[in-house]
Design a binder for this molecule. Structure first.
Ligand code: G3P
Length: 478
């Protein structure tokens, strides 16, 4: 069926034997935009088998050659930024310019990873035995980093390309093979990206991309005995995967409720600009979005007014027109967001704008005077709705942040660097940004969450290390 995008297995584009497809609904038109193959478990088995075989040869390929291929893929990816970005616009309603940025950032990430890989994987350790009590200098230990085997990568809809390559590139440079299960929304952009790796000329079976229904191949993939590492970014599904996965390293990034703590001495224009960028870019559909503002009461009115003025300037509409606020990814997501808004309304939050929704398009909304008994104080809307909680002490803000089941990032705004550092120390999150909105990038920075926000640490270097294991050779002298 020419209308259904093929999946990628054994270095070839294939039609599934299921004869079935999965529809990708354009969030803007709410009509089917593309279709992808609904792969079967037997097809997953075949992919796992070839991934295992391909990995053995790949691990023996010189590191500089692996890097060379990755650099080639990065260049091809950037050349293809136009058509890939177009898919992102149609599949996930990402504003046109941001869609291009995602692809370019991905090319840069692949190149950076290749460079980082040749450095850190080209080095090992040399240890001697006489450091440890009771030992003579008779044992020399040489360590190196070896690949894990087959890495399963499951990126989310909000960065189908970037959060795929942030798993693919470290896996490959380290000598692993890679099986990609893209999100349904974003699957075609991901297939396009995989095609760039195909054109770069990686060995057959080293990279595969399997599409299909979660109910058919989801658990089957994550519990597959052929998988040696899982790198997942997404929501609650990650918690379920962690419980079911075998004894394999897990890298999980599972969302957040990033707090923005605003002190009395903060530069309120800077705060307002960052709340807009942090809270409303890609319509709030980022794990690292600002998801709750905790502002000192004495400056709350001034801050809310400044944010309100900026919200009024946000453009709302189609991603093709590069609007700031675009339709959220699905109807169920829009319904969930609406549920949080209605709960806040019923419990007496102040609406700084009128609530407005058309289809999946939700107008940006700032909710003031939110209290801890409202769902939106704790839950992640993943939409353009931002709650403001007024606090009377910094401790109150820190307490709210730490009481969350999430612990991804957070930010604090103050002109007092000493206070900022103390607050950062007190906030139980993977990262705290001082005087800027939370963000994952630059992509070589460590990126990690506490509690339900994840397992392991990401960022280029950490990902390479996570996808390797230390191997020792000990020379015993007579
Ligand atoms: O939501 C995915 C998360 O990794 C955010 O990335 O670059 O928007 O901070 P970023």
């Amino acid at each position: 069926d020419g209308d259904v995008y093929k999946y990628y297995s054994e270095g070839e584009w294939k039609v599934s034997s299921s004869g079935k497809s999965v529809a990708i609904i354009n969030p803007t038109t709410r009509k089917t935009q593309y279709k992808v193959q609904a792969c079967t478990q037997a097809e997953v088995n075949k992919i796992m088998e070839t991934a295992k075989a391909a990995q053995k040869a790949w691990a023996k390929t010189p590191l500089w050659k692996r890097a060379e291929l990755l650099h080639k893929a990065a260049a091809i990816l950037k050349e293809h930024k136009g058509p890939i970005a177009e898919c992102l616009v149609k599949e996930i309603a990402k504003p046109a310019k941001d869609a291009v940025t995602e692809v370019v950032r991905s090319g840069d990430l692949v190149s950076y990873t290749a460079e980082e890989g040749v450095r850190i994987l080209g080095e090992g350790k040399f240890l001697v035995s006489d450091s440890f009590p009771g030992n003579e200098r008779t044992k020399y230990c040489l360590t190196s980093k070896i690949p894990l085997g087959v890495v399963l990568a499951i990126p989310p809809f909000n960065y189908p390309v970037n959060l795929a390559v942030s798993k693919i590139a470290p896996a490959l440079i380290a000598g692993n093979s890679l099986v990609l299960k893209p999100p349904t929304q974003g699957a075609v952009a991901a297939l396009h990206m995989v095609h760039c790796f195909h054109l770069a000329g990686f060995p057959k079976g080293l990279i595969s991309c399997v599409t299909g229904k979660g109910s058919e191949i989801g658990d089957f993939l994550t519990m597959h005995p052929g998988v040696n590492c899982i790198s997942f970014t997404g929501g609650d599904t990650g918690i379920a995967i962690s419980k079911k996965a075998g004894m394999v390293p897990l890298q999980m990034e599972l969302g957040g409720k990033d707090a923005c703590i605003v002190l009395e001495d903060a530069d309120l224009d800077l705060v307002a600009a960052n709340i807009i960028k942090g809270g409303f870019s890609y319509s709030g559909q980022r794990c690292t979005a600002v998801k709750v503002v905790l502002v000192m009461e004495s400056v709350a009115d001034a801050l809310v007014n400044k944010v309100k003025a900026r919200v009024a300037k946000l453009t709302v509409g189609a991603p093709e027109d590069d609007c700031d606020i675009t339709p959220v990814v699905s109807e169920s997501s829009a319904n969930f967001i609406e549920g949080l808004v209605m709960d806040a309304k019923q419990k007496g939050a102040t609406f700084c704008q009128e609530y407005r929704r058309e289809g999946n398009l939700i107008w940006p909304l700032l909710l003031d005077h939110v209290r801890p008994d409202m769902r939106i104080a704790w839950e992640e809307p993943f939409g353009p709705v931002l709650p403001v909680i007024r606090i009377n002490s910094v401790e109150e803000g820190i307490h709210h942040c730490n009481a969350s089941n999430f612990g991804l990032q957070g930010c604090v705004f103050t002109r007092d660097i000493n206070k900022a550092v103390l607050i950062s120390d007190a906030m139980e999150t993977g990262t705290v940004q001082i005087n800027s909105a939370p963000a994952r990038g630059p992509d070589h920075f460590p990126f990690q969450g506490l509690r339900d926000s994840g397992i392991g640490s990401q960022g280029v270097t950490n990902s390479i290390n996570l996808m390797t294991k230390v191997k020792s050779t000990v020379i015993n002298l007579p």
